[in-house]
Design a protein around this ligand. Sequence first.
Ligand SMILES: Cc1cc2nc3c(=O)[nH]c(=O)nc-3n(C[C@H](O)[C@H](O)[C@H](O)COP(=O)(O)OP(=O)(O)OC[C@H]3O[C@@H](n4cnc5c(N)ncnc54)[C@H](O)[C@@H]3O)c2cc1C
Length: 813
Amino acid sequence: MAELPDRAQVVVIGGGVIGTSVAYHLTKLGWTDVVLLEQGRLSSGTTWHAAGLVGPLRASESGTRLVQYSAQLYAELEAETGLATGYRNVGGLVLARTPDRMVQLARTAANGEAYGLETELISPERAQELWPPMQVEDLLGALWLPGDGKVNPADLTQSLAKGARQRGTQVFEKVRVTGFSTIDGARGPRVAGVRTDRGDIEAEVVVNCAGQWAKALGDLVGVTIPLHSAEHFYVVTERVEGTHPDLPIMRDQDGWTYFKEEVGGLVVGGFEPNAKPWKSPNDLPYPFEFQLLEEDWDHFQILMDQALLRVPSLEHTGIRKFYNGPESFTPDNQFLLGEAPELDGFFLGCGFNSVGIASAGGAGRALAEWIVAGAPQDDLVGVDVRRFAPFHGDNAWLRSRVAETLGNHYAIPWPNLEVTSGRPQRLSPFHDRLAAKGAIFGSKMGWERPLVFGPADGSLELEYSWGKPGWLPFCIEEQLACRADVAVFDQTSFSKYIVSGPGALASLQRICGGDVDVPVGHAVYTPWLGTHGGYEADLTVTRTGADSFFIVSSSATTVRDLDWLRRHLDDATAVDVTEAYGVLGVMGPRSRELLQGLTDADLSHDAFGFATSQVITLAGARLRATRMTYVGELGWELYIPVAEAGRVYDAISAAGARDAGYNTIESMRLEKGYRAFPRELNPDDNPVDAGLSFACKLDSDIDFIGRDAVVAAKAQGPRRRLVSFVADDPEVMMWGGELVLRDGVPAGQVTSAAWGATLGSTVGLAYLVPEDPPATLDWVRSGSYQVNVGGVLASIRVSTRPLFDPGNERIRC
Ligand SMILES: Cc1cc2nc3c(=O)[nH]c(=O)nc-3n(C[C@H](O)[C@H](O)[C@H](O)COP(=O)(O)OP(=O)(O)OC[C@H]3O[C@@H](n4cnc5c(N)ncnc54)[C@H](O)[C@@H]3O)c2cc1C
């Protein structure tokens, strides 16, 4: 057995498809001092028994690009390594049994167009021509995806490993990582190497690609890795008439099943709605090499029944083998990538939710780029491990949540779908009061947040549809009350930090695009940008003293923002005070009058101007009031110590403020054209494209991260342009993600949309992308626009200015 080296630049843990892909891409980028450790044999974990489906079309553009690259790599790898991957570009079919599924397929087809991917909606008859063994009598149609393919997962892993070896990676099988060494780094703890059952290896970077074992390894060094295994099934049948090696992949999602040809028979697998979590992440067996779990025909029955319905000849076809393998699932069905916020140099690539084979090429490349460059090189917000907090690491919680995420895998991806398991996690001090008043809650970063208020008897339910939902009339009333009178919003879930210390101002001037060297009591809306000028965060910084600042950011980004601060603060500290304050937004033209009745502080415009903040006594509580709005109305955000928060709410409510929820905030912010991270503002978007360069201190000579990139972008003009829009037909409903056409030609995508009560129609924001940049105002104005809404074209009016109150008269008064 070869000796382990004493040190390496990078140690990759795990010789599955992900670990080998990371090693392959690291060496391709020139980092050749790489050691890959596998406790068993290459591919012997989850990878060897995967079905091998590779479907590039994903819900997001970044996800789609990632799998597109995988497919290209798998097709070309043999030429480089001499080892075939078994990749075949056979195309894919997705079937629809119901009108709602047809709408989803039409939306997916339009998304494909937006991402430049070939898609075609076809009839059941055409689907049957492409896939002869199935019956199609119950189908309404299908989506044809010529770019789909299949690959042999074990061969792919060997080929990636060979490519990595050829450029210097040392691969060791039968070596188990048992622990880690850490040191005090410049900005906190840093990984310094791994301990194994065959000795220690020093390393600058450790990459945890240990599949379902990754969480237990993370626990050894205090790194949260929210994944949990679940049993995942398919069978391989004997010969089926009408199959051939190039038979397309077929997905019958209304029957939770997928089908793939294999040596003349079919692989029949699926995502049953009643999923079956496996052992706790800290209780997984070892050794566990090329092993399967027990057959469970009872559990598989629901999938088999549906398979028989789709392919009747299976009734008389024998089963060659039953596969039951464990696969890791995450709380939101997206994988986990990136550097752990708890430990520098410790990277993760795990939790692949049954799409690890399809994702491996792109994810491996993205992670390798991140390691080499020290920062992600694309928009990876949706898979970035910093979207989770330590409380997401609880095994019992994960167990209940992954059962739901796996079960939902083939369900219709309704807009704004709320998960129901593992709730509630975090409750605001107003929760019980709001629940008693008919609030329907959604969850964000564990917080229960009111979405809309129905009748107090709780008779309104959150229903999902592509069209106008049942809760919309209630939301409309809330919106109108806020525009005409005054509404109160529970915004406790805002992330909140205090940054203080002698270096606070200098650090924040460098971190913030905006100028935060303002008088005490002033609040600044500012981006945090990466070196390429893309958005890392979008938030408000209030100066509370010479060396202290109060930062308010979006609910979902607490861990991400704190990590950014930790990396960039010098001689200053950041403290997370999110849970210390209840937050009420009191918004609307009557907000001043209402609040003035509860405080002796002078709330007049002269004494309390827009974008200023004061500590005042209101309803008997000492609290911070900040004159800010995310709904485009006169209003104050109140940051109230938790113990007193309920009392303040009672006083505001008794004074006549109408309760309103996050669905109302969404509609009103879109009428006003306010952007949100990451939907309009992600690491691929810069302030010039987003129309927000005014929020950067470009007219000063103060340097900030991303400044050069923004200056260059400004000189070149926007590559694309974020515009507001309103639908001509008030019956049309959009949700975000829809394809936009300019003069009949695909030209961009809706980022967010909701029904705006004041404008009386669907409103939203969309990026428009010209073929020949820059996206000039003339180019925007000279087009006529439509949105593909589930296959139906809806005309929209586009504006580069906010559609509601463009002069800010309602705010600055
Ligand atoms: C039934 C089934 C069907 C599937 N079908 C598909 C499909 O069609 N398409 C698709 O894209 N995906 C599919 N998947 C999912 C896919 O198999 C996984 O997402 C993918 O294999 C995950 O790869 P990985 O490298 O993260 O994990 P693994 O393959 O499990 O690799 C992790 C490796 O780390 C090693 N390891 C763990 N701990 C240590 C340690 N302490 N020291 C050293 N080594 C360690 C393990 O031995 C293991 O080999 C399917 C999964 C299942 C179960």
